[in-house]
Design a binder for this molecule. Structure first.
Ligand code: C2E
Ligand code: MG
Ligand code: MG
Length: 592
């Protein structure tokens, strides 16, 4: 029998720290019983013709039984347990009579009537002993060489079962490569082994864009993705020098060797990509991209690293040469966009984050104000005011666009109805997104809202930017024609900033053209710009549209616009966008 290690040394041994780490990483402790292990334990009891057998794992302070026959407890203290000695010595331990054994006499087992113990080590392939496959009896007993061998064979079977179960969650069944879980596990090892603050690199290879994957599946079925993976395997082994991880359906990751520079790593992967682009079956159908993400030991989470690589590989789709290095600035933009969508969804559902302000449009011929533009304002409870210039373009690309316009239309009409009740008949213009025009029931909903608020269609104007109109011109035109026939006014917003064709604009049922505020800057001193604005006004008039100039801040600009025949102006010169009360005061002030 090997002499047991002094238990007080358990906690200080480096081997013990690594052994416990190996045990904990298997995530076996405190898991429910499993027939795969119980079968082996029963065999052990039968083989020795003994009442008690167990698969006993040695944790820091306890022996925990993964499987047991004839034992009631789930665990016993580690101190003086024979299985703990097996774990410490990684060798077979036989105690023919516990009462006769100096060390185990007081282990507590003998008090419970146990006299015999035999345990074989549960050794991992890395050389750590996790505990013991043990048998116990109530009579003193000897062990033959054949029995000892059988016990060791059973311990090996237990270990095969443990390692198989562990591998199942860590190996991809299609490629046979370690999967994302293994990547995260190995990342933790790199972190533990590295120096805090050291820079390392990792790369992700994406075999095809999301669109290409979807197209391929539609045409050939889901099995084609597995073929794509198998087809790419030989080449993938050339991309990553070490272990390659299968981290997504058609995505693979690997760590760069320590010490390699970003430049070298990039150019190696670029060369790999160039070779791949000129060979391979899938080269005409798919776009392979590579995303590289640097990480600093001690400062990055494994999942964040994967996300960063993924994001860089996705950006690779837009880059000509398809290898991209993760940019934290770009990531910050994406994160902010993601946050905005979530937070704006909550704002729409809540009661007090959104409100409308109204900016007057002033007629140049007599200074009267008959219409205002409704502009959305968002005050986030923690962040404060967020500009529509930032959140509207983000929202327009999401399914929230419909609810947003619905919210604005409803709020604007409620306000209009209140003004009308007070004897003020203002026309209100609402900004509408391109996607709204593609909603088949958009026109019906607008008309329904007008009726519900008792408003004539001519009291509502809809502003659409040139670029919104050009997104899907045919659909836009059909919706706009329906609205125009019903009597709703239409304005082309930010005119002069898009690339719309004149013949298309001419065919639209628009009543108003709003010249973009960028043309008003420097107007007083820029001869060419004045000529341009003059031409825009004339052209719009020739096409039968009323002209409004946006962003008018000075008297000089207004004087020029009046001389050029512009109909109305909107801008800080007359008023900033105002809350309803402030607008009422502003109107009253002018009347007085
Ligand atoms: P827009 O429709 O062209 O609105 C005019 C923008 O110019 C407003 O910015 C307004 O505050 C600003 N402005 C007005 N006069 C002046 C001036 O004299 N000088 C300067 N520098 N700026 C002036 P705001 O409110 O920040 O809105 C920005 C854009 O966001 C709007 O441009 C519009 O495209 C969009 N937006 C605002 N509210 C809504 C909405 O309810 N729905 C949709 N879909 N878009 C909206
Ligand atoms: Mg507008
Ligand atoms: Mg505008």
């Amino acid at each position: 029998m090997n002499s047991p290690i002094d238990p007080t040394l358990w906690t200080c041994s480096a081997y013990e720290v690594a052994r416990l780490d190996a045990l904990h990483r298997l995530e076996l402790l405190d898991t429910p019983p499993s027939e795969a292990f119980d079968r082996i334990t029963r065999m052990a009891a039968q083989l020795f013709n003994l009442p008690i057998a167990a698969v006993s794992l040695t944790d820091s302070d306890r022996q925990w039984f993964k499987s047991k026959v004839g034992v009631e407890h789930d665990a016993i203290p580690r101190m003086r347990a024979p299985c703990a000695t097996v774990a410490d010595t990684a060798g077979v331990l036989v105690v023919p009579d516990l009462l006769e054994d100096e060390h185990f006499r007081d282990s507590g087992l003998a008090e419970g009537g146990i006299r015999f113990y035999a345990g074989a080590p549960l050794n991992t392939s890395e050389g750590y002993c996790l505990g013991a496959m043990c048998v116990l009896g109530t009579e003193p007993r000897q062990v033959t060489a054949a029995e000892s061998q059988a016990l060791q064979d059973l311990a090996t079977m237990v270990m095969a079962q443990i390692e198989l179960q562990h591998a199942l969650g860590r190996i991809d069944p299609v490629s046979g490569l370690p999967n994302r879980n293994q990547f995260i596990g190995d990342f933790t090892d790199i972190e533990l082994a590295g120096q805090a603050g050291d820079m390392r690199l990792a790369a992700l290879v994406s075999l095809a864009s999301p669109q290409e994957l979807s197209d391929a599946q539609r045409v050939m079925g889901a099995g084609c993705l597995d073929d794509m993976v198998r087809d790419a395997m030989p080449q993938l082994r050339l991309a990553g020098a070490g272990k390659i991880y299968h981290v997504g359906t058609t995505q693979f990751a690997f760590f760069a060797p320590p010490g390699i520079s970003l430049e070298t790593f990039c150019s190696q992967l670029q060369s790999w990509l160039d070779v791949r682009a000129s060979h391979g079956r899938a080269r005409f159908l798919t776009t392979t991209t590579v995303g590289i993400a640097p990480f600093t030991i001690g400062q990055t989470e494994g999942l964040d690293l994967l996300r960063n690589m993924h994001s860089a590989a996705h950006d690779g789709l837009a880059a000509e040469r398809c290898v991209r290095v993760f940019s934290s600035e770009h990531d910050a933009i994406l994160q902010r966009r993601f946050w905005l969508v979530n937070a704006f969804g909550a704002a729409l559902a809540g009661r007090d984050q959104l409100h409308l302000v109204y900016q007057p449009k002033v007629m140049l011929k007599d200074g009267a104000c008959a219409s205002v533009e409704a502009l959305l304002r968002w005050t986030h409870p923690e962040i404060g005011a967020i500009s529509p210039g930032e959140f509207i373009p983000v929202i327009e690309g999401t399914s929230l666009a419909r609810a947003t316009t619905e919210w604005v239309l409803t709020a604007a009409m409620r306000q209009m109805a209140a003004w009308r009740h007070d004897g003020v008949a203002l026309q209100v213009a609402v900004n509408v997104s391109a996607v709204n025009l593609e909603e088949p029931d958009f026109c019906d909903r607008v008309m329904q809202l007008l009726r519900r608020h008792g408003l004539p269609p001519s009291s509502l104007a809809i502003e659409l930017t040139e670029s919104a109109l050009m997104r899907n011109p045919k659909v836009a035109q059909a919706t706009l024609e329906r609205l125009a026939r019903a009597g709703v006014q239409l304005a082309i917003d930010d005119f002069g900033t898009g690339y719309s064709s004149l013949s298309y604009l001419q065919s639209l049922p628009a009543n108003v053209v709003k010249i973009d505020q960028s043309f008003m800057r420097n107007l007083a001193h820029d001869e060419r710009r004045r000529a341009l604005v003059g031409t825009m006004i004339k052209l719009s008039h020739d096409l039968g549209h009323k002209v409004v100039a946006e962003g008018v801040e000075t008297v000089e600009v207004e004087d020029f616009l009046r001389a050029a025949g512009c109909d109305e102006v909107q801008g800080y010169l007359h008023a900033r966008p105002l809350a309803p009360n402030a607008l009422a005061e502003w109107l009253a002030g002018r009347a007085g």
